[in-house]
Design a binder for this molecule. Sequence first.
Ligand SMILES: Nc1nc2c(ncn2[C@@H]2O[C@H](COP(=O)(O)OP(=O)(O)OP(=O)(O)O)[C@@H](O)[C@H]2O)c(=O)[nH]1
Length: 804
Amino acid sequence: MSNKRVYTVAKEYGMASKDLMEILARADITVKSHMSTLTEEQQKDLLNYIRKAQSAQNTVENEPEKKDTETKAKKEKTQEAAPVKKPAPETKESKPKKEEKMPKKSEEKKEAQKSRKQAEPAAAKEAPAPSRKEPEKSVEDVNVHEEKQFSDGTGGKHSDKKKSKKKKQKEAKKARNKEGSGQRVQDFEKPKAPKKKSRSQKRKERMAKEDVKGDGAIKIKAPLTVKEFADTVGISLAQVITKLIGLGVMATQNESIDRDVIEILADELSIEIEFISESDSNIEEIYNLDQEDPEDSLVERPPVVTVMGHVDHGKTSILDVIKKSHVTASEAGGITQHIGAYQVSANGKLITFLDTPGHEAFTAMRSRGASITDIAILVVAADDGVMPQTREAIHHAKAADVPIIVAINKIDREGANPDRVRQELTEEGLVCEDWGGDTIMVEVSAKTKEGIPELLDMVLLVAEVLELKANPDRLAIGTIVEARLDKGKGPMATILVQKGTLTSDSYIVSGTCYGHIRAMTDDKKKRLKTAGPATPVVVLGLDGVPNAGDTVYAVQDEKTAREIAARNIAHEREEKLASKNKVSLNNLFDKIKEGELKDLNLVVKADVKGTVEALTQSLLKLNDNEDVDEVQVNIIHSGTGGINESDINLASASNALVIGFNVRPNINAIELAKQEEVDVRTYRVIYDILNDVKNAISGMLTPEITEEVLGRCEVRETFKLPSNDIVAGIYVLKGKIARKAFVKVLRDDVIIHEGPISSLKRFQDDAKEIAQGYEGGLMVENFNDIQVNDLLECYIEKEIKKEI
Ligand SMILES: Nc1nc2c(ncn2[C@@H]2O[C@H](COP(=O)(O)OP(=O)(O)OP(=O)(O)O)[C@@H](O)[C@H]2O)c(=O)[nH]1
């Protein structure tokens, strides 16, 4: 036996840390919290205490229902130890004879209670005297029974039956909650304890009789209202309500009942049910939205291509050349609106390009499970070589299993060295064909247009090999590429049709938004009546702005579209409720106290590699610190660069905090963090990080000042004043920029300066604030190194009350 933490011992006994803490207190074993260590001695004392409690219970049970005060006291003591589920293994060898008898008796009593309950459900209070003439059982058996007795909580006297049952319900509920159902908890009194064992036995028997393997089970999604339950299981409402009253649940037809109640109710009604979650019940399946298309219905479709690569390596320039030189004559005027995707024709074939900045949208789409790209063009500047974002792009394309065509750009430049690029790419696992690999690499110049036709030829070649096909004769399915609210036209969404044909009068639904298409145009603003696979279109008519990356379905009528949207709204609400419990530095201590949190997961990002290492090491060192022995600090991911969506997704999935040092989240990451309720903390002093984490763990955190981000702008031009001060010509990308605020100057998401705004102007006039979509001039106090393409994040400081 070694030293163990309280929560570990509680786990071994199958009880909540809180309950074990109570038992420890009664056993006079002093511990500070569930994280405290129990010495071997203390564990033995605990075991002895539990044994004593068992013996006491045994004695009480041997006396035929004496109700004197002494017995009562013993009973109470017995109850104290009742929730113990699994005695420590040591008991197996050293169990005294007397104890061996107890469980049998208790089993008999349970059986007797069961049969009595069936005969006279309400009145039964006394158990018949248990028979002692059972054959001797092995120690192993005894332990099994004991387990049952403890976990049931029925080891106490009948007068305490109600209390034990409540405990049992609590435990059962806890166990179910652990399964992740995230159901609502009802406020009314819970019915009698579920007879788990007998129910599953009954179920098995019934299934064996019917020779069905659970197929007959009625699928139920909890919580639901009493009426919905009655309708779902096909039993009259009156009968359900009567049964509920019998179970002590006073609920009207419109009140919702949770998983516990549903389970017991179903048992009482002898109905076999199976709980399903919305994701199980997959809307696609319910509404049969995405059937497999027969082979003979498939026809060739254009490839969908994404251009990726490091900043300034020439993505936009290459796309511009393609856009300008490959739109057909009939499309005079060219691509006139930015819709996030467009089609060009090369060698008489269409190619669809996703016009997304960098790889951000690529990851956003993928994180939502919709990989819509068929081919990735990786742009690498011949004079610059493989850079961090090149590597990231390679990882993303590989993760999405998308073939890569490398465009070695800027070959017109003097310092261009395509072979060096090839060499560097080999190190990333991309070996060109000439060198025995299978990656197509094309040398291009967006400036001289050299190599661009070959690049497109290669795209078509890869597309041919991929045999990209879709069925155009079906209701359309697509992905939202971009969506925004237009002041005059309402919600506008760019949809990339992937299967079927979208018509200009389709009913569509995407996530929580639905509608009847009012107008459908292409990237040249031409009105379209139909759009087949791989066609990007802009549609008007949705009742809200859908999420980029979400799937959009065309459905047969408005009712179906509305119904699906309503289901998605309900699902979203539930998910929100379930995710309310995300960890943050502010609620960290509470969670530790409640025993909910034993691991503090962190995603750590910093501006340079050395800092990342220093920071992770210092954070991990906290594990050696006595003040923070409450939780284990784990770094689940660390890296250099700004905080991006993958960081947030990772943090959300692993209930982690994101710590940034000298870096900031990008706009998409901020949005996602808000949505996923991920706590993102950014710092400029390592000491502050360590202090905050340490203080949060020990409940001393005093987050008095927080930053509220107002908006972001980009520097489009710079002007030098006669005083030599630099004025930044800005364009507000999001939110607003306020005069009396601070800015963080970001270059590649790395903070290079932070300070107050010293001047804000709109044209020649001083401005209080500049809103999204407008331009202006801005000066930052004591900072003159502002450059074109810098991003300025504007924020105000807010005092907030201590939350702990
Ligand atoms: N000489 C030369 N310059 C190029 C070529 N392609 C792009 N450039 C220049 O390189 C700079 C960056 O090009 P962009 O197309 O904006 O690069 P990008 O990858 O889209 O950059 P971000 O959008 O910031 O990620 C611009 O000044 C281009 O004029 C090329 O083939 N030859």
